[in-house]
Design a protein around this ligand. Structure first.
Ligand SMILES: Nc1nc2c(c(=O)[nH]1)N[C@H]1C(S)=C(S)[C@@H](COP(=O)(O)OP(=O)(O)OC[C@H]3O[C@@H](n4cnc5c(=O)[nH]c(N)nc54)[C@H](O)[C@@H]3O)O[C@H]1N2
Ligand SMILES: Nc1nc2c(c(=O)[nH]1)N[C@H]1C(S)=C(S)[C@@H](COP(=O)(O)OP(=O)(O)OC[C@H]3O[C@@H](n4cnc5c(=O)[nH]c(N)nc54)[C@H](O)[C@@H]3O)O[C@H]1N2
Ligand code: SF4
Ligand SMILES: [Mo]
Length: 751
């Protein structure tokens, strides 16, 4: 680290003690790699000496990436808040005043209740960011507090990410979390669209050590095909790369379905009796021949037909699977894309079979234990634009307008938890402005970042190495069934609180204060209070122990005692067919043609077959370039940029542009350009490369740390610019209103 970690303990006798080895986990991304830590000393003054991959971990098998080592930097970061702070403005100067927890909780509850009393419960909004699903205490205890706010203004990173997956899982399989996971270790053909697991380490597919797994796929004679406008790290090791035009994937996927029918390659096998509406699908995809969509997608018909045949052939020899992630979810037709992917996997008999895509069987199964509801869609709509809710959340694309548009139900207060929507949601500048106008805001986060700088109060929890963990989400999405409980690696500082403790406190105090605002009779309110008092005593770990008992996990060898004895994790074997159980509730049927898809497909015919992408646009005589995103292994969404070791070296927030486009704009490598869109303009250096499709430019997200008031010294020195100053809150996925980050029209204004 280049900056002295002021919080690191001074050298003392404990430094001489030999380091001891502890097992832990990295929760930065979905790969949830097992780690071994060397720790010197004891108590809160203990120091992490080294971080390595855990070879004994049955899932990650020793894999690690550079971010795991930076967990030490996060732990020691002098910019990390360790005590609640309150924003104080004096003579126009802002400062953050440290305060005690008692006072902080009181101020938060007062601030929220006041807005609710004056403007109603929907005036208080919630935004939950990505690490909420990576930190189990937020899952076990967050809802205790958030549910009490009784607000329909709930938002999360889901609608800047995987919302279409949940919508489709809910429609086809009856549960938002019923996401079939590619059986990467056994498949013979994997077709990847809009995902770059070599950089992201997999998503909705927990797959540590993905490079080795792809290598093994090829070694057993299998094939990897990547569809991506950029020649990504994953594309570079694939057997075949198709540089599709951004935003046109739905058309291409519909052509795959079309070809399956046209060439009589459908073979659902054991799934056949479950499938309804096969003929309706066949009729709906009739117009989408590979010849009709080729001009739009940039993929020629012969290639499309060959790939369908290869996939069908693999399906008869061990299994094949289509997998689509971020790049095909965050585009105008994200729901159609995710639907078509499931339809292909179903029609080729690849769902719920080895080598295809399967539901997982985690030791603690949130679906089977009914700890998570199946979901609901469009039960209500947003006030200003009429965007649909999904499972109680509205899409982030409407968040700023709900704050800025006056009227009954206008958002006036916000709680953010582990999120940075100013950098991570479309048209971030607009949100930045909206946040500055709120009556009250509180953030549960350990940094003063681009978002939390607007908060009146920030409540900082402990960081990953300071709390225990059992993964409640990603063990449902892993390519192998495992169970693993990790103790904290180092003791937290005296007085520090975990996220779950913050929620439990807030829940109890809010319930007491808002007693009179709660609905229901006195008896119901009293039982609510008691439940909250009880939950405060039940740590996530206690809840896990209860959950494992209730779910019969002991029969599979998973008990708290066993988990503690095996901190490296317990292997529960490869994925097994289990769809029957999941489908029980709906008469074991899969309706292949949900109503919204039935309505949408005919509307796609015209633009897709005419070869005019609906997102294409131009400004005067200048045709737009299509902007897409990019992930890089040393970056993690909008944070972890305060670790020197992760941001050192060549700047990575660069605009990738094809040599033809660079020439047209007379650009040289390294030139800084002004890039503009409907929503804003930013300045970024260009990187000229033929690894990107002509007409397409790519920028990573999560940068732009030079805003006033951000307290991230390292990150601000490597600020970059935010792609979400250019993305558009009005450009959304057509059915779910998920953010559509792909194919945003942009123009190079000046070099
Ligand atoms: N243009 C574009 N935009 C994107 C994307 C893209 O590809 N392109 N990707 C989208 C995706 S997939 C996602 S998931 C979102 C992410 O968007 P967000 O979830 O809004 O942002 P993060 O960058 O994950 O911010 C995480 C915050 O949580 C804090 N934090 C970390 N750990 C903890 C913890 O344990 N407890 C608490 N309380 N706080 C913690 C960090 O300090 C940080 O402030 O961004 C989306 N935005
Ligand atoms: N190192 C690192 N790892 C991460 C994260 C991180 O920020 N950094 N974030 C984590 C999170 S929150 C998530 S959700 C996952 C995401 O995991 P992935 O989905 O694997 O994420 P990306 O690497 O963004 O891959 C998206 C790909 O889609 C491509 N793409 C863009 N537009 C289109 C299009 O229109 N069509 C097609 N076919 N492709 C398109 C992009 O070029 C890119 O290669 O990664 C997780 N892991
Ligand atoms: S791939 Fe890297 S960031 Fe992701 S869990 Fe593993 S070590 Fe952590
Ligand atoms: Mo994400």
């Amino acid at each position: 680290m280049a900056h002295a970690p002021s919080s690191a303990p001074a050298a003392d006798a404990t430094d001489l003690a030999p380091p001891i080895t502890k097992h832990g986990v990295c929760n930065l991304c979905e790969a949830i790699c097992g780690l071994t830590f060397q720790v010197q000393g004891e108590g809160p003054r203990a120091r992490i000496v080294s971080i390595k991959g855990d070879d004994a971990d049955p899932l990650s098998r020793g894999h690690i990436c550079p971010k795991a080592v930076a967990l030490k930097d996060l732990h020691e970061d002098p910019d990390r808040l360790r005590q609640p702070v309150r924003r104080v403005v004096e003579n126009g100067v802002t400062r953050w005043e440290p305060i005690g927890w008692e006072q902080a909780f009181d101020l938060v509850v007062e601030g929220l209740v006041k807005v609710r009393e004056q403007h109603g419960s929907n005036a208080v909004a919630v935004y939950q960011g990505n690490p909420n699903v990576h930190n189990w205490g937020n899952i076990t205890h967050g809802h205790l507090f958030f549910s009490q706010l009784k607000t329909r203004a709930r938002f999360s990173a889901t609608s800047a990410d995987q919302l279409p997956h949940h919508v489709v899982a809910y429609w086809l399989y009856g549960h938002q979390l019923a996401l079939p996971i590619p059986d990467i270790d056994r498949t013979m053909c994997m077709l990847v669209l809009g995902g770059n697991p070599l950089a992201s380490n997999g998503s909705l597919m927990t797959v540590p050590d993905v490079r080795a797994r792809f290598k093994a796929l090829k070694a057993r004679g299998g094939k990897l095909i990547v569809v991506d406008p950029r020649r990504t790290e994953t594309a570079a090791i694939a057997d075949e790369h198709l540089a599709i035009d951004p935003g046109s994937d739905a058309a291409w996927l519909l052509s795959l379905v079309h070809t399956l029918f046209a060439e009589e390659l459908t073979a659902p096998g054991a799934l056949e009796p479950l499938l309804d509406q096969v003929k309706a699908v066949r009729d709906a995809v009739a117009p989408f021949s590979p010849e009709a969509t080729a001009a739009l997608t940039g993929i020629d018909a012969a290639t499309t037909r060959r790939i369908v045949r290869e996939l069908a052939a693999a399906s008869t020899q061990g299994g094949g699977v289509v997998y689509g992630r971020m790049g095909v979810s965050t585009q105008a037709h994200g729901v159609v894309c995710q639907w078509a992917i499931q339809v292909i996997n179903l029609l080729t008999g690849n769902v719920d079979r080895e080598g295809g895509a399967l539901l997982t069987s985690p030791a603690l199964n949130l679906i089977q234990m009914k700890l998570m509801g199946p979901g609901h869609f469009d039960a209500w709509r947003s006030r200003v634009r009429g965007a649909p809710e999904f499972s109680g959340e509205l899409p982030v694309s409407v968040m700023a307008e709900e704050m800025l548009t006056p009227g009954k139900g206008q958002i006036r207060a916000l709680v953010t938890s582990a999120g940075n929507p100013v950098l991570s949601t479309p048209n971030g500048r607009q949100l930045d402005e909206a946040l500055s106008k709120l009556d009250f805001m509180v953030s549960i986060d350990f940094y003063v970042n681009e978002t939390t700088r607007h908060a009146n109060l920030i409540l900082p929890p402990t960081c990953f190495v300071e709390h225990d963990h059992y993964d409640l989400v990603f063990l449902h999405l892993a390519v192998r069934n495992v169970a693993r409980y990790s103790e904290p690696v180092v003791e937290r500082a005296p007085g520090a609180l975990h996220d779950w403790e913050i929620y439990a406190e807030l829940a109890q105090r809010y319930a007491r204060r808002a007693w009179s605002l709660e609905r229901g009779g006195a008896r119901a309110r009293l039982s609510g209070l008691l439940a909250r008092a009880l939950m405060k005593r039940l740590s996530p770990q206690r809840l896990l122990a209860i959950g494992l008992k209730r779910s019969g996990a002991a029969q599979r060898g998973v008990t708290m005692a066993k988990l503690r004895a095996h901190p490296e994790g317990i292997d529960l074997g490869p994925l097994k067919p289990s769809l029957g159980k999941a489908l029980q509730a709906r008469g074991k049927r899969i309706d292949l043609m949900p109503a919204a898809i039935r309505r949408e497909l005919p509307l796609l015919v015209a633009p897709f077959t005419a070869g005019t992408p609906d997102s294409a646009s131009s400004e005067g005589s200048r045709p737009a370039l299509k902007l897409i995103g990019r992930r890089e292994v040393r970056s993690n969404n909008s944070w972890m940029h305060n670790s020197e070791r992760l941001v050192s070296g060549k700047a990575r927030c660069t605009l990738w542009i094809h040599p033809d486009d660079a020439q047209r704009h007379a650009l040289q490598d390294g030139h800084t350009v002004t890039l503009a869109s409907r929503t804003g303009r930013i300045q970024v250096p260009v990187h000229i490369t033929s690894d990107i499709r002509p007409g397409v430019v790519s920028l990573p997200h999560g940068w732009g740390h030079d805003r006033d008031g951000v307290r991230l010294r390292v990150a601000s020195a490597h600020a970059g610019a935010s792609i979400n100053d250019l993305t558009d809150d009005r450009q959304t996925e057509r059915i779910s209103a998920n953010a559509a980050f792909s194919a945003v029209p942009v123009w190079i204004e000046a070099a």
